[in-house]
Design a protein around this ligand. Structure first.
Ligand SMILES: C[S@@+](CC[C@H](N)C(=O)[O-])C[C@H]1O[C@@H](n2cnc3c(N)ncnc32)[C@H](O)[C@@H]1O
Length: 232
């Protein structure tokens, strides 16, 4: 079984997701205590995909995060670099145009998407800024981005309880429900090492995204960052 470490070697990250693919969605629902569904709804609302728009769902995994855009009538392209996750996605959602691609070298031309989104994926990419810059490149001028990622709970007492949950309860629960419990040690470590809300906003602004703003979900356990590509 493979587990990535905080240096996030792309081959280790891809292999780790290959291992968890079959049970990924179930484990997600259990470990997030059902919040994952609410977070997905909030992403769909933030992206506001309209019929006919082209939406890139980057690090889409099994494609579950892409379904709300399909439902909205958009042409969604789910893209991921784990062949295991893509294969599981193809099995579950044969109609989705699942595409293989690395977030730091996207296989798309400049400015082809109206919106780009990434849910629980950016934290796993070795070079965050390179991925944010690639997302900017493939978005049309005036187009938008929404990043959904674990973040920093804002209320200190809750933050302490949450950190305890991550470090203590999550690995044994993952052992019960996941095909690769070690992957959830990486999950806990990578959440703790990830920038907080202003930190991620600063990275987005640094690569050229404009009007960067965020909204906390579940008290800041998750944050949605959104921004737009400058028009000229
Ligand atoms: C936690 S899953 C999220 C899947 C989906 N977006 C969701 O919300 O359920 C993270 C995904 O990021 C993908 N990933 C990580 N690094 C990537 C990269 N550099 N390029 C493309 N996909 C990547 C992994 O293969 C994995 O499927």
């Amino acid at each position: 079984m493979t587990r990535a470490s905080l240096d996030k070697q792309p081959s280790d990250v891809a292999a780790m997701f290959d291992d968890v693919a079959a049970k990924y969605d179930l484990t997600n629902d259990v470990l997030s205590l059902g919040q994952a569904r609410l977070w997905r709804k909030a992403v769909a609302k933030a992206v506001q995909a309209r019929p006919g728009e082209r939406v890139l769902d980057l690090a889409a995994g099994t494609g579950t995060s892409s379904l709300p855009f399909l439902d909205a009538g958009a042409a969604v392209v789910p893209c991921d670099f784990s062949v295991g996750m893509l294969r599981e996605g193809k099995r579950r959602h044969p109609g989705l145009p699942l595409t293989a691609g690395d977030a730091t070298r996207l296989p798309f031309r400049d400015g082809v998407f109206d919106a780009v989104t990434i849910s629980f994926g950016l934290r796993n990419v070795q070079d965050t800024e390179a991925a944010l810059a690639e997302m900017l490149r493939v978005t049309r001028p005036g187009g938008r981005v929404v990043v959904c990622e674990f973040s920093r709970p804002t209320w200190r007492p809750f933050r302490t309880v949450y950190t305890e949950y991550l470090m203590r309860a999550l690995p044994p629960v993952a052992t019960a429900v996941s095909s690769n419990p070690d992957a959830y040690v990486y999950l806990a470590e990578s959440i703790r090492a990830w920038p907080d809300q202003p930190g991620l906003a600063a990275l987005m602004a640094r690569v050229g995204w404009e009007k960067v703003a965020w909204r906390n979900l579940t008290g800041g356990v998750v944050a949605l960052h959104r921004a737009v590509r400058p028009r000229g």
